[in-house]
Design a protein around this ligand. Structure first.
Ligand SMILES: [Fe+2]
Ligand SMILES: [Fe+2]
Length: 205
């Protein structure tokens, strides 16, 4: 029953235009050490980006209030993945170049107004959370290993709440019509980006 709710959620609410290539889950399971390392850094970057958003927007009380606990949560995710690596006799490993995130950053409005820049910062976070949630969902449903399926289900549930939070924050500070219009552009861009990227099992995105 609960599974159905999340399937619906991923299809309709995340709004992502291109589902992950089904081959990715099998590739990821074969390269688990790399996936765990990459995943750990994704969580670490989520935590540090939330800290930086708080630092850059101290006047936005709701944002400061809402993102503070997310920092703790993302750092908890980082620690959970780190523990999983150690349990398997693996170390953290080196951080890779994050092509997905870098390409998204390039799409941000350059030289726009502070409001436009803020909107893009919120939407880029929403998008990364949404795609991560979708990827964790694929892992939680498609991996052979039952323990790992459960492991990734917990992350999926958590990231689903995060993506909606960034949209909600954007809509709190900027009118909904503007947010929705730009979100549509972001979704379209992300579809093209995903389409252009090689399917690799050694990374989350
Ligand atoms: Fe996370
Ligand atoms: Fe998150």
């Amino acid at each position: 029953m609960k599974k159905e709710v999340y399937s619906e959620h991923t299809r309709n609410i995340l709004g992502l235009q291109l589902p992950t290539d089904p081959r990715w889950v099998n590739l990821a399971e074969m390269e688990l050490a790399d996936i765990l390392t990459d995943h750990a850094y994704c969580e670490q970057k989520a935590a540090t980006t939330c800290i930086s958003l708080i630092q850059k927007n101290p006047e936005k009380t709701l944002l400061v209030q809402q993102l503070s606990p997310i920092v703790t949560e993302e750092w908890g995710h980082f620690r959970a993945v780190l523990a999983e690596l150690h349990k398997r006799g693996l170390t953290l490993g080196k951080q890779r170049k994050d092509v997905y995130v870098n390409r998204l950053l390039e799409f941000q409005k350059k030289g726009g107004s502070p409001t436009e820049r803020f909107l893009d910062q919120m939407l880029i976070m929403a998008l990364i959370e949404a795609r991560s949630c979708e990827r964790f969902k694929r892992l939680s449903e498609g991996m052979e290993d039952a323990y790992l399926r459960k492991f990734y289900r917990k992350f999926m549930e958590s990231e689903a709440g995060h993506y909606t939070l960034f949209i909600t924050l954007a809509e709190h500070y900027i009118d909904k019509k503007t947010v929705r219009a730009r979100w549509k552009e972001w979704l379209e861009f992300e579809k093209e980006l995903m389409n252009s990227m090689e399917v690799r099992g050694d990374r989350i995105h």
